[in-house]
Every structure is written in structure tokens, then in C-alpha cells.
Design a binder for this molecule. Structure first.
Ligand SMILES: Nc1ncnc2c1ncn2[C@@H]1O[C@H](COP(=O)(O)OP(=O)(O)OP(=O)(O)O)[C@@H](O)[C@H]1O
Ligand SMILES: [Mg+2]
Length: 426
């Protein structure tokens, strides 16, 4: 029941929201400017990864994973693959090869290529992500710290690599997977990751069913993630205290080893609900101690969900007529209180449903149509949703979702009276 995390390239998003002009560190970040001169192409083997999707089950995480693995390489143009031509070196490695600056030398941050790159990524983040102010602040902080470390290196000042393993907690659909992909990109731009690709997995991708299956499975995933970000969705399912013969523990131990031994070449991000993650960390202090950043993703407000929906509609070149806009606000208010609400993902699914109803209406009308008709979503399209149906005060039966794909006749609106396409043909 998932919608791809970020299938739209960043460059196609409209400008909006606040520019990233200064970070919470008080560190003045230049405003996003024109793209810097292209960096040299990455060294062989250090370039963007080709899309890879494993043999996976048809679940939500799989859809996320497929998209995530696709999303990052698409964005990873050779120009953006390296921040300073360091191509795959870690922060400290890269600075070792630069000529050291004299102690009295002054760096102009506004002219610094990396500072500009970071500012651009943060600017994109601001435009593409509605709300999430605390998340953006943390990302800005991390970006600023890593940049300062790189700058310190240029003066020969020591800058040990900080722990970059992270934990993203929050409700479904709050943007964790999407941000993890962006984090890979940011860390690659800064030279902290060679490739910056996102590999998104769940327990089933790591843990085997039989003795001897888990280690090769986990290691295969880790191999794919090297040089990038490994996102483990609902990581707490790796640990099942009720079953002492569970192989999850074996996966955790391998992960811990890699997180320590390959901390220069791999960033692990654990994602899931906050309360379950807290319990997981209590039982797995080794994991807790390796996580450097805990980032909490808040639920979206109604206004933010409306903005997210409008951003999605704008990208897809659809328009809500003014009355339809009011109806859609009402829809969101109702949907938020109903079962299996999943924040921004529910907006994505609602839009998919709207498009279905619009298409059904247009085809059923059989009349002449123009460009505007193909773009316009009407009040009737919005109100056709089952979410307006009073009977939904009680949860739908198991296996049914309010915003999953339509099965048979739509859960989200009345079944069409006869197939309009057949009607047209006849
Ligand atoms: N702040 C935001 N602004 C705009 N769109 C967003 C925002 N957050 C998420 N989205 C969109 O919502 C959808 C779901 O996001 P994503 O998959 O990243 O959520 P998630 O937190 O990983 O969910 P889950 O916990 O279910 O895995 C994606 O299409 C994403 O682009
Ligand atoms: Mg996710």
C-alpha cells in the first residue's frame, strides 16, 4: 500500500517555502545560488550506483526500497557525485590531500564550493519537504558540523569522523525514507560517503529462516549498502525476546560489527515508532551506543497535509477547483481521524484516488474535453470518496485499507454504474 517515496526528481519541484539561509548553529549558510562548476567525474567504482532491487516480497517496504534504490542514483549525476573531487574519500582523507592553509589564512564561506553545495541541498530540502522544522534543523546542524570539520582539516586541525549512524522515529508517512535518501546525498556531497545510495530493508531481508541463513543474508545486504546508507525499517523487529532461538540477534550482531568496522563507509539508519525503538535500545545497548543522531519526525498538521497534497498535485499538473479545495480540506480532516492514516502517504494515495474518479467522470461524460478538463479535479471527484461515508466511523474489515489500491469496486467511492469505457465503445 505504498507510494514511491520520491519518484519525482528534485529539479522539477516548484519553489516555495523558506530558503535555508542560516543554520541553528549560527553558522551563516550561503543562500542557494547557481550550481557550482561541475566537479570531476568520480573515480571508477566510486560513481553513482546502478539501480538494484533484490528479489523482494510485495510489501510496503519493498515498494519503498525499490524506489529508494532508484531514487538516489537518478539524482546522482556525475556533477554532483563528488563535492570537491575527493570522490569517495572520507572527510579526513580528502583534506590530507589538499594543500594545508596557513594559520592566518581566511576562508570565505560564500565562495566555498562545499558550503554552496550543502546550502543547495538544504534549500532543496526546504522546498520539497513541507513542515518537519525540527528534522530540517537537525539536518542543517549535521551538515554544518561536517562542513566545519572539513574546513578544520584544511588548516590541519584534527577532525575525527563523528558517528553518522542515525535513528529516525515517527509515524508512518512522515518522510523518514525520503529523508534517508536525501541524507545519503548530503553525505556523499560532503565526501563522507563514496556513493550515497539508499538501501532500504526490513527484518525479512536480513534474517533467515534456518541455521546458517542469516549471516549470508545480512552480509549481502550490507555489501549492497557499502558506500551509502542502509535504512532498516521497523528495526525493533530484529529483536524478539520472546523467542530465544530467533536469528534476529545474529543479524544485530553482524550489523554492530559492520557499523563499527565500516563506519567510514556505511551509515546505518534505524527507522520506526519511537516507543518501540526505545524498548529496542534498552535491550540492545550496543546498538544504542552506536547511534549518533536521534531524529523525531512529527505528525503533520491539517494545514501541512494540505500543502503536501497541493505540492504533489502541482508536480503532477493537476488543479483543485476552489470549491474542490475546500472539500479536500474537509476530506483531510476526516481522513486524519480514520484508521490506518499515514500522514503524507495518505495524501499521495488520496490523490491517486482523485485521479481515478476524475478519469472515470471524464470518460463517462463522453463529451468534448480540453486541457483544463484533464487538469481539473472537481468537488464531485473529492466527495466521491468513501471517507465522507458516515459508516466509516467504525474501522473497515481487516485487510481493507482506506487508501490502499482499489480492489474490485473501489473502497473509496461508489462502484461505477457500468464501465464507462465499455459504454464508450458501445
Ligand atoms: N514533509 C513532506 N513534504 C512533502 N512530501 C512528503 C513529506 N514527507 C513525506 N512526503 C511524501 O510522503 C510519502 C511517504 O513518505 P516516506 O515514505 O518517506 O514516509 P516514511 O516515514 O518512510 O513512512 P513509513 O514509516 O510508512 O515507512 C512520499 O511520497 C514522500 O515524498
Ligand atoms: Mg519508510
Amino acid at each position: 500500500m505504498s507510494t514511491p517515496a520520491s519518484s519525482t526528481p528534485a529539479s522539477s519541484t516548484p519553489a516555495s517555502s523558506t530558503p535555508a539561509s542560516s543554520g541553528p548553529t549560527g553558522f551563516a549558510m550561503p543562500r542557494p545560488g547557481p550550481a557550482p562548476a561541475p566537479a570531476p567525474a568520480p573515480a571508477p567504482g566510486h560513481g553513482p550506483a546502478a539501480a538494484r532491487t533484490g528479489g523482494a516480497t510485495a510489501d510496503r517496504a519493498t515498494a519503498d526500497r525499490a524506489t529508494a534504490e532508484r531514487a538516489t542514483p537518478e539524482r546522482a549525476t556525475p556533477e554532483r557525485a563528488t563535492a570537491d573531487g575527493a570522490g569517495g574519500k572520507t572527510g579526513t582523507e580528502a583534506s590530507e590531500h589538499d594543500a594545508l592553509l596557513a594559520p592566518g589564512a581566511i576562508l570565505e564561506l560564500a565562495d566555498d564550493r562545499q558550503a554552496r553545495l550543502i546550502a543547495r541541498i538544504l534549500g532543496d530540502l526546504d522546498r520539497e519537504f513541507i513542515g518537519l522544522a525540527p528534522v530540517k534543523d537537525r539536518v542543517r546542524e549535521i551538515g554544518a558540523l561536517l562542513l566545519v570539520d572539513r574546513l578544520r582539516g584544511r588548516y590541519g586541525l584534527s577532525s575525527s569522523r563523528p558517528s553518522l549512524h542515525m535513528c529516525f522515529t515517527g509515524s508512518p508517512g512522515t518522510g523518514k525514507t525520503t529523508l534517508a535518501a536525501r541524507m545519503g546525498e548530503l553525505l556523499r556531497e560532503l565526501g563522507y560517503l563514496r556513493r550515497g545510495q539508499l538501501v532500504s530493508v526490513t527484518r525479512d531481508d536480513l534474517v533467515g529462516q534456518y541455521v546458517g541463513h542469516t549471516a549470508p543474508k545480512t552480509k549481502e545486504v550490507l555489501k549492497r549498502a557499502m558506500g551509502g546508507v542502509l535504512l532498516i525499517d521497523e528495526a525493533y523487529y530484529l529483536y524478539r525476546p520472546d523467542n530465544e532461538r530467533d536469528y534476529g540477534q545474529e543479524a544485530i550482531e553482524i550489523l554492530l560489527q559492520f557499523m563499527e568496522a565500516h563506519r567510514d563507509d556505511l551509515v546505518v539508519i534505524l527507522a520506526g515508532y519511537r516507543s518501540r525503538m526505545d524498548v529496542f535500545f534498552q535491550s540492545n545497548p550496543g546498538m544504542a551506543s552506536r547511534i549518533g543522531h536521534h531524529i523525531e519526525f512529527p505528525d503533520f498538521s491539517l494545514d501541512e497535509l494540505m500543502q503536501i497534497a497541493e505540492l504533489m498535485l502541482e508536480r503532477e499538473e493537476y488543479l483543485l477547483a476552489p470549491a474542490a479545495r475546500d472539500a479536500f480540506r474537509e476530506y483531510i480532516g476526516l481522513r486524519m481521524r480514520q484508521p490506518r492514516f499515514a500522514n503524507a502517504r495518505s495524501m499521495r494515495n488520496a490523490i491517486d484516488r482523485l485521479r481515478l474518479r476524475q478519469a472515470r467522470r471524464i470518460v463517462a461524460s463522453g463529451g468534448p474535453i480540453g486541457r483544463d478538463d484533464l487538469m481539473q479535479l472537481t468537488v464531485a471527484d473529492v466527495r466521491g470518496s468513501r471517507v465522507f461515508d458516515d459508516t466509516l466511523a467504525t474501522p473497515p474489515p481487516a485487510g481493507h485499507s482506506l487508501d490502499g489500491p482499489p480492489a474490485g469496486h473501489s473502497l473509496d467511492g461508489p462502484p461505477p454504474a457500468g464501465d464507462p469505457l465499455t459504454a464508450l465503445a458501445g
